[in-house]
Ligand binder design. Sequence first.
Ligand SMILES: Nc1ncnc2c1ncn2[C@@H]1O[C@H](COP(=O)(O)OP(=O)(O)O)[C@@H](O)[C@H]1O
Ligand SMILES: [Mg+2]
Length: 258
Amino acid sequence: MQSFMVVSHLSKKYGEKVVLNNLNFNIREGEFLSVLGPSGCGKTTLLKLLIGIEQQTSGIIKLNGEDISKLDSSKRHMGIVFQNYALFPNMTVLQNVEYALKFNEQYKKDSRKIAQQVLEQVGLKEHSSKRVDQLSGGQQQRVAIARTLALKPKVILFDEPLSALDAANRLTMRKEIKRIQKQYNSTIIYITHDQEEAFTMSDRIMVMSEGHIEQIDTPINIYNHPQNEFVRDFVVEHLRTKLNDLENCMVNKNENKI
Ligand SMILES: Nc1ncnc2c1ncn2[C@@H]1O[C@H](COP(=O)(O)OP(=O)(O)O)[C@@H](O)[C@H]1O
Ligand SMILES: [Mg+2]
């Protein structure tokens, strides 16, 4: 399949500090790519460069063959979903989704209809007239996703969208995001520091540390063939430990019964 988004030699410095160092990767249309790395490795900075909230120090971002690296954020056809939802708490669900559409030349005429359609598709129709501060965290995050989807972005960027949720809601929302992705055939770049999240959701995972890419491959290839010590420790060992803990826990339970 042809590359949809191509990132070449992307670097970012803040003063003398190199935060991203020569990133090269591409994404296929409809692909779910996770960016997995510890806190402070440059994940959010990468999203900011991709969507154009921050300007890269050097490098090029192409979308569908077009160089978008100097375009204004509003012209890049990308949407972003944050951890903290960034919703208007005193507006209704419908008003929140309609808000961005009203400022869009292409969609403002049909803003109400589009907002209603998207809310129905993400299963929030019956909550349309509630204020967002009356909703649970998971529902609020779905409103944020609906608001992003309404503008039909070519690429959706997620910045640790589930980290504010409790464990049960996180699991539900993982499935929900995957379902929505399939429904819309969205191309997604999904940032997380959670190994399980990356492994359960992604077509490919880009493992990062300290501003550079350690490995980019399918979950199974990364698990079976970690390219270096960092990937082995941060990803593979972590997952193995979790699996071992689970097994021990089950064995203990069994023994206690007998
Ligand atoms: N505006 C800024 N000015 C200076 N340093 C920054 C700025 N934004 C981020 N950084 C630094 O860049 C590094 C990467 O940050 P960030 O992209 O937020 O990492 P992550 O999202 O992976 O936790 C951190 O060391 C952070 O302190
Ligand atoms: Mg971050």
